[in-house]
Design a protein around this ligand. Structure first.
Ligand SMILES: Nc1ncnc2c1ncn2[C@@H]1O[C@H](COP(=O)(O)OP(=O)(O)OP(=O)(O)O)[C@@H](O)[C@H]1O
Ligand SMILES: [Mg+2]
Length: 446
């Protein structure tokens, strides 16, 4: 039997929650302060703590961190009000497994609690737990460390990064390292399907829902039950489908098209985009509430040109694996060829590098892969600071940001005003180009 400790200074609500959970076959106790919670936890026997993040007189986020450290096997679920999702998100970063926003139904809550417990902690071998994600640069080490930290939570993760930076590898890695690893991993590209098809793919339909619906058909949410659903290109999710997706995430249930009943689902959703979703929210293209839900945790993959030290390692790896795959002789890359690769801007990132090496492996005839074996690629003229003959929009933007910042003497608020964007967007751009792969500490109210 699952044993739940409800920590809420609203005694009436706490009591109602306890009663509800007991009626659903759980064991539930409540305490109204942090001090009594600590004392109760000392005695042991608690599986799940349901913590009100707005507990009077204490910093609920710090308390969350403290409990997570003291009792690593404890599952902490945080409750927060709707207007304060940012605090709940901060609590997840501090060590909570997930959050629920008030008001919630006891059924939803009980389901969340069961989800927490059903999942077994992952078995992590020490050392190389993510061999598929190469890169020894500090920023990629950060990415891997972050992945290990967040893989076992059930919170949604938004994976951000330019095309070809490895978003899908990261999503699969998170699944493999998670408590759901033995469940299915289901991926869908939201940009690839027109809206009606996307809806029926995701949610399924009931027989008779439309002319061709001759039998019930389960959607991808159902196929991913017990596992992970990866929503690629989430930025292209049609606005009209966004409320339905939000509902699925919040209620953990879906209603297939034309069906009369809801179907409970147990799915962790990972989403990826190359877009600046916060900007899309500002522009009204993406629902803010859905963004907050998806963005509980964020992982940003830096472009390849910002981690040049990874280029040699990746290139050597691809040269070896492609040759092995094609049964062609293994050739090392010459030092000149590597130097050359390091100078290129790689707008298509790791995927482009891989394609380039594929070409080179096919072309090479000598003992090594030489510069001449590489396909023609747009160059940077002189080393790092150089620009390409045809700068990408992003390169142009960087140059322009620098000019504006210099003009205003580094004053970011003034720069943001001149650029016509808000200060947070500017800070994000600056952080992105420093190649920071950090959980975005900014409150999601941005
Ligand atoms: N760090 C890495 N180590 C090894 N291979 C990588 C790494 N990053 C990306 N790759 C390889 O690069 C290719 C592109 O990766 P992936 O499909 O994950 O990128 P993506 O960010 O999802 O791109 P897109 O936005 O275009 O869908 C894949 O072949 C992948 O195996
Ligand atoms: Mg992808």
């Amino acid at each position: 039997m699952i044993s739940v400790l409800v920590v809420d200074d609203d005694e009436l609500l706490g009591k109602a929650i306890c009663d509800g959970l007991v009626r659903r076959g759980m064991h539930a106790d409540m305490v109204v302060s942090a001090t009594t919670a600590r004392a109760r936890l000392e005695r042991g026997g608690v599986d799940v703590v349901l913590l009100d993040v707005h507990l009077a007189g204490v910093d609920g986020i710090a308390l969350c961190g403290e409990l997570a450290r003291r009792a690593p096997r404890l599952d902490i679920l945080v409750m927060s009000g709707t207007g304060t999702v940012d605090r709940a998100v901060a609590a997840v970063r501090a060590g909570a497994l997930d959050f629920v926003t008030k008001p919630f139904s006891i059924d939803t809550l009980a389901q969340r609690i069961r989800d927490c417990r059903r999942a077994q902690p992952p078995v992590l071998s020490d050392g190389t737990t993510l061999p598929e994600l190469l890169g020894a640069s500090p920023v990629m080490q950060q990415v891997r460390a972050l992945m290990l930290r967040i893989a076992s939570t059930s919170a949604n993760v938004l994976i951000n990064g330019e095309s070809g930076t490895g978003k899908e590898i990261v999503a699969r890695g998170l699944h493999r390292l998670s408590r759901r690893a033995s469940g299915p991993f289901v991926a869908i590209n939201c940009a690839a399907l027109p809206e009606p098809l996307l809806e029926s793919e995701l949610f399924g339909y009931a027989r008779g829902a439309f002319t061709d619906a001759r039998a019930d058909r389960a959607g991808l949410f159902s196929h991913a039950d017990g596992g992970t659903l990866f929503l690629d290109e989430i930025g292209e999710m049609p606005r009209t489908l966004q409320p339905k997706l939000l509902r699925a995430l919040e209620e953990r249930s879906i209603r297939p098209i034309g069906a009369t009943a809801e179907v409970a689902i147990d799915v962790r959703v990972l989403a990826a985009t190359h877009r600046d979703l916060a900007a899309d929210v500002e522009a009204g293209r993406f629902r803010a509430d859905l963004y907050y839900r998806l963005n509980a945790l964020r992982l940003t993959l830096p472009p390849l040109r910002d981690r040049k030290d990874d280029i040699a390692e990746l290139a050597r790896h691809f040269a070896r694996s492609i040759a092995a795959h094609d049964d062609s002789p293994a050739r090392e890359l010459s030092a000149d060829a590597i130097d050359r690769l390091r100078q290129l801007p790689w707008p298509g990132n790791v995927r482009e590098l891989r394609n380039c090496i594929e070409h080179a492996v096919a072309m090479a005839t000598g003992p090594r892969i030489e510069i001449g074996d590489l396909p023609p690629l747009p160059t940077m003229s002189h080393g790092d600071a150089a620009v390409t003959e045809w700068p990408t929009l992003e390169e142009l933007e960087r140059g322009y940001l620098d000019r504006v910042l210099t003009h205003v003497g580094g004053n970011r608020s003034a720069a943001a005003r001149l650029l016509g964007i808000d200060r947070r967007t500017l800070m994000r751009k600056l952080a992105a180009r420093r190649g920071e792969a950090v959980v975005d500490e900014a409150a999601p109210g941005e």
